[in-house]
Write a protein that binds this ligand. Structure first.
Ligand code: DX5
Ligand code: ZN
Length: 218
C-alpha cells in the first residue's frame, strides 16, 4: 500500500491566520494541506479559490496543496489552480461527463489528479480506465459542502472495493474522520486521511496527526 499521508482540511482553520495555520500543521507532521474549494453551485457554500491558494503557496514554501474541487464545470478552474500552485487537483466524478479528458488536461498542467465520489455514488463510477489514469481516489465519508459533519460508516466498503482494484493508488477519505473513525478506513485500505475538525479543534493537533498516521501504518 502507498505511504500514509495526513492532509488537514483548512476549512476548520482560522482563515484569518491561514498561512500560520498551514505552517503549524506542517510542523505537526502533516504531509499535505487539504484545500476545500466550493463554488456555491456544486455545493451550496462558497469558500476559497485560486487567489487565496496563490497567497498560501507564496507564504508557505514547499507546501503540497491537495485541492478538493467541489465545483461545477471542474475544467474551468484547472488553469487558475495550476497557476496558483495547486499540487493535486481533485474533481468530482458527478460534475463531469468526460473524466478521461479532464484527467489528461489536469496532468498536462503538471498537477497530480484526484477523482472524488460523493456518498451516493458507487465505487464502480470509477472505471478501471479512470482509476488507472488518476493518482488518487477520494471516497467522501460525508456529503460535500461543509465541515464538522458526522462520519458515514456506510461509505467505508467503497474504500475496500477501490483498494482491491487499485492496490498502488492513493486512496483518500474525507469527512468526519478523526481518531475514533479512522480505524475502519485504515482497515479498508485508505492511506490518505483528511481531517478538519478533529485536527484543528484539538488541543494538540500534532498528537492527532500522529495518531491518524499510526492508524494507517498498523
Ligand atoms: C466537506 C469537505 C471536507 C471537510 C472535512 O465538504 O470536503 O474536507 O471540511 O472536515 P471535517 O473533518 O470537519 O469533516
Ligand atoms: Zn474536502
Amino acid at each position: 500500500m502507498p505511504r500514509p499521508i495526513i492532509s488537514p482540511s483548512v476549512l476548520a482553520s482560522d482563515f484569518g491566520q491561514l498561512t500560520i495555520e498551514c505552517k503549524r500543521m506542517i510542523k505537526g507532521g502533516a504531509e499535505w494541506l487539504h484545500m476545500d474549494v466550493m463554488d456555491g453551485h456544486f455545493v451550496p457554500n462558497i469558500t476559497i479559490g485560486a487567489p487565496v491558494l496563490s497567497c498560501v503557496a507564496k507564504s508557505v514554501p514547499g507546501i503540497f496543496m491537495d485541492c478538493h474541487m467541489m465545483v461545477e464545470h471542474p475544467e474551468k478552474w484547472v488553469d487558475d489552480i495550476a497557476a496558483a500552485g495547486g499540487s493535486l487537483y481533485c474533481f468530482h466524478i458527478e460534475a463531469t461527463s468526460d473524466p478521461l479528458s479532464l484527467i489528461k488536461f489536469i496532468r498536462d498542467k503538471n498537477m497530480k489528479v484526484g477523482v472524488a465520489i460523493s456518498p451516493d455514488t458507487p465505487s464502480t463510477a470509477i472505471t478501471d480506465e479512470i482509476g488507472l489514469a488518476a493518482d488518487m481516489l477520494l471516497v467522501m465519508t460525508v456529503y460535500p459542502g461543509r465541515g464538522g459533519q458526522k462520519f458515514l460508516d456506510r461509505c467505508v466498503p467503497k474504500v475496500a472495493e477501490l483498494r482491491a482494484r487499485f492496490p498502488n493508488k492513493d486512496i483518500e477519505v474525507d469527512g468526519g474522520v478523526g481518531p475514533k473513525t479512522v480505524q475502519s478506513c485504515a482497515e479498508a485500505g485508505t492511506n490518505v486521511i483528511v481531517a478538519g475538525t478533529a485536527i484543528f479543534h484539538a488541543g494538540n493537533p500534532e498528537e492527532v496527526i500522529t495518531a491518524l498516521k499510526n492508524a494507517v501504518i498498523t
